[in-house]
Design a protein around this ligand. Sequence first.
Ligand code: HEM
Length: 182
Amino acid sequence: MYGLIHSAARQMVLDQLGAEAWRRVLQRAGFDDLHFINGEVYSDEATFALIGAIVDENGIASDTLLFEFGRYWIGFVATSAFANAMAATGDDFVSFVDGLDRLHRSVRTAMPQARMPSFEVLSAIGGNVEILYVSERAGLDNFVAGLLQGLLEKFGARGAISYARADDGVVFSIALEARAAA
Ligand code: HEM
């Protein structure tokens, strides 16, 4: 995966645990450099080794870490070089998720080797939203749940997120909380 992802992980560890913790994480994961290059591609094995090392440093479950990293990513990219692309993707939760593939396609011009996932809003009826997530990678479902949680928060919404495997991917169901009448 592109180093932008690793840079976000680095910033999260620095924010939450500090510089010494980040040094230990790199050592555990077998990296020498303190920084990652945003535009360079690292193997998925290296990415998962980094996540594993953060889990060990943190002492939390990997599902929890992936969820928290998903939430963190939403704030991270909103202040990155891709802030404009984020801002142009949608004005509410459902239209944003609907625009995610377009967003990733626009990112691909800067990162042509990216293997992007796809998201499809299957239905959005009466506060219940169903989203199909398709990826060639396994093990990122809790990351996606955290991303969706981060998007809900971005739009000032709340909802319960659950997911289940389907034949063609993973279906995320979000039961949006009704907003209090103004
Ligand atoms: C401007 C904002 C964004 C940028 C620059 C971006 C960029 C990327 C990049 C570079 C990758 C890795 C692909 C690779 O290296 O092979 C990726 C993967 C991914 N992105 Fe985004 N992304 C953005 C926003 C989002 C948002 C808002 C979501 C919310 C659902 C999302 C969901 C994912 C997921 C789940 C993956 C994991 C790849 C997989 O499932 O195989 N991204 N993105």
